[in-house]
Design a protein. Structure first.
Length: 92
């Protein structure tokens, strides 16, 4: 298993940071423009919560792809886990 850890210092409360990290609208506005990523099924707008699923469509490697993730663990404002259920990168 490979883990990726990113640490960023932000001058905001943990609640604000968590809400921004779990907001689909913010996510789709801040991804690389050439991917044209958008939420197309499940929770498609606003904040995700535990048990939610979201399906994104985006262009990666010049191919339009879809992936569906489940928010399998959610402890606001400390962490949430999204697990890919379907999609090209599920094994990563």
């Amino acid at each position: 298993m490979i883990k990726i850890l990113t640490q960023i210092e932000i001058e905001a409360t943990i609640d604000v940071c968590f809400d921004m990290a779990s907001d689909i609208d913010i996510h789709t506005q801040t991804v690389w423009p050439h991917t044209k990523e958008r939420a197309i099924a499940g929770t498609t707008s606003g904040m995700v919560r535990g048990g939610d699923t979201v399906t994104f469509e985006a262009r990666h490697f010049l191919i339009r792809q879809k992936h569906t993730s489940l928010i399998s663990n959610y402890v606001r404002p400390y962490h949430f886990v999204d697990e890919m259920l379907r999609g090209t990168f599920k094994s990563m």
